[in-house]
Write a protein that binds this ligand. Structure first.
Ligand SMILES: NC(=O)C1=CN([C@@H]2O[C@H](COP(=O)(O)OP(=O)(O)OC[C@H]3O[C@@H](n4cnc5c(N)ncnc54)[C@H](O)[C@@H]3O)[C@@H](O)[C@H]2O)C=CC1
Ligand SMILES: O=C(O)CCC(=O)C(=O)O
Length: 452
């Protein structure tokens, strides 16, 4: 083994022993390390300055009790988290996830990914992430509000517009951001709009933030397609999920002439050979917070695939493009094989780490274009940073101006990843390009700021 490989493996072993049982965090670190061999071989200063060790250890991890009273008057206790991973490039920035599966390791993997994603945006934001093991499903409005207020009552003391700026993620959308911001304002006793992003448009939010992750993923994918002489026009597309990222990815794909044949939620998937009716899907998922099975009741030829993920649609139809936009590890080797058999040419991750390492290997071997989440879904956090810019200048930008900024940022991320990949002899390998570009930006700032 070379010295570089020895170093990467020994730091990786350290990550595993220091963070036992946190498999998703190990997976996220492994994926970045697998790209770094040539960089460390060329630049021994990163090894000498222990940069790998430093970027794998969060600067601060906060775990706290979230007590609240349910509608039956019973006391409920959840666990809240905020991981302030890396502030080399700016204040910690990243979403909050409310989902029953959230553990310390979940938030840690997301914070690690966020650090490099935020670096790729080229904007001055460090990496952080948070959340709670709270299940919003089946909870009343009043319960959601009480939970958010209790969460913020502790989170309040750890965040700030120059310190750490949360936003949404799974289970945290506009409604929850409203309750969280309201409680922050009440405790602080002042209006500090830059403390959280994803706010409502009339109270400090940015146009396009709601659409940004989905739109950005499609902009990134469109650049990958165009680089190989393809486009969305007429393409058959599968999108997993039916939440914030999925809905606006579908909207943009349809605007670009693509036909979305399937979407999903945690209960199953729908296959609509006539193309997803987005108004209907939004009515069910956004307005009524219903289950995706209701979709097929209103569409003649649509089928509900109970308990199956959306990649099962590839058993019924050709597929050109797949965008996993739901959750981590939702596209494995079998799913990848199914997509390849159906003719897939591009996969881009709207979600964070939705492809398993084996799934990625199968896609790579078949030379499927692959946009990793930290590049492809960076449009959400980038537009959060644009929201912070508007808050700082007490300004509001138009939809078109903000969307143009988003689209330029996604174009820059695409070209930075493509150029870095080519520079390291890996043309078209966006995983290597994203990991190396993000790493170099963070690593140089870490070294410049000394041992802190
Ligand atoms: N909201 C944002 O701005 C950003 C979100 N992301 C990532 O995108 C993904 C989706 O997030 P959002 O759309 O914001 O959340 P959301 O809460 O609006 O929607 C999540 C969707 O995923 C589905 N889902 C969750 N677990 C599932 C499972 N096990 N199987 C099938 N479907 C499942 C849900 O039913 C829902 O449709 C997450 O990985 C998140 O970390 C990434 C960048 C920014
Ligand atoms: O907008 C943000 O600050 C964070 C978005 C997010 O959580 C993500 O990029 O995964």
């Amino acid at each position: 083994m070379s010295l570089t490989t020895d170093h990467l493996e020994s730091v990786y072993e350290q990550v595993i022993s220091r963070n036992p049982g946190e498999d998703e965090f190990h997976q996220a670190v492994r994926e970045v390390f697998d790209s770094l061999h040539p960089v460390l071989a060329d630049h021994p200063q990163y090894v000498e300055a222990s940069v790998l060790e430093r970027i794998c250890e969060p600067e601060r991890q906060i775990t706290f009790r979230v007590p609240w009273v349910d509608d039956d008057g019973r006391v409920q206790i959840n666990r809240g988290f905020r991981v302030q991973f890396n502030s080399a490039l700016g204040p910690y920035k990243g979403g909050l996830r409310f989902h029953p599966t959230v553990l310390a390791g979940t938030v840690k993997f997301l914070g690690f990914e966020q650090t490099f994603k935020n670096a790729l945006t080229g904007l001055p934001i460090g990496g952080g992430k948070g959340g709670a093991d709270f299940d919003p499903k089946g909870r009343s409005e009043a319960e959601i509000m009480r939970f958010c207020q209790s969460f913020m009552t502790e989170a309040y003391r750890h965040i700030g517009y120059d310190l750490d700026i949360p936003a949404g993620d799974i289970g945290v959308g506009g409604r929850e951001i409203g309750y969280l911001f309201g409680q922050y304002k009440r405790i602080a006793g002042r209006w500090e709009s830059g403390v959280i992003t994803g706010k409502g448009i009339t109270w400090g939010g940015s146009l396009v933030r709601k659409e940004a992750t989905g739109y950005g993923t499609v902009y990134f994918t469109d650049h990958m397609l165009r680089a190989t002489g393809r486009s969305f026009d007429g393409a058959k597309v599968l999108v997993s999920g039916s939440g914030n990222v999925a809905i606006y990815a579908i909207q943009k794909i349809q605007e670009l002439g693509g036909v979305v044949l399937g979407a999903s939620d945690s209960s199953g998937s729908v296959y609509d050979p006539d193309g997803i009716d987005l108004n209907l899907l939004r009515r069910i998922k956004e307005a009524q917070r219903g289950r995706i099975s209701e979709y097929v009741e209103k569409r003649d030829r649509a089928e509900f695939l109970e308990g199956r993920n959306v990649w099962a649609v590839a058993e019924k139809s050709d597929v050109d493009i797949a965008l996993p936009c739901a959750t981590q590890n939702e596209l494995d080797a079998d799913d990848a094989a199914k997509l390849i058999k159906a003719g897939v040419v591009a996969v881009a991750e709207g979600a964070n780490m939705p492809t398993t390492p084996e799934g990625y290997r199968v896609l790579r071997e078949a030379e499927v274009l692959f946009g990793p989440g930290k590049a492809a879904n960076a449009g959400g956090v980038a537009t959060s940073a644009l929201e912070m810019q508007q808050n700082a200048s007490r300004d509001t930008w138009s939809f078109d101006y903000t969307d143009t900024r988003l689209s330029e940022i996604m174009e820059n991320i695409h070209s930075a990843c493509a150029e870095t990949a080519a520079e390291y002899g890996r043309e078209g390998d966006y995983v290597t390009g994203a990991n190396i570009t993000g790493f170099l930006r963070v690593a140089d700032a870490v070294i410049a700021q000394g041992v802190i």
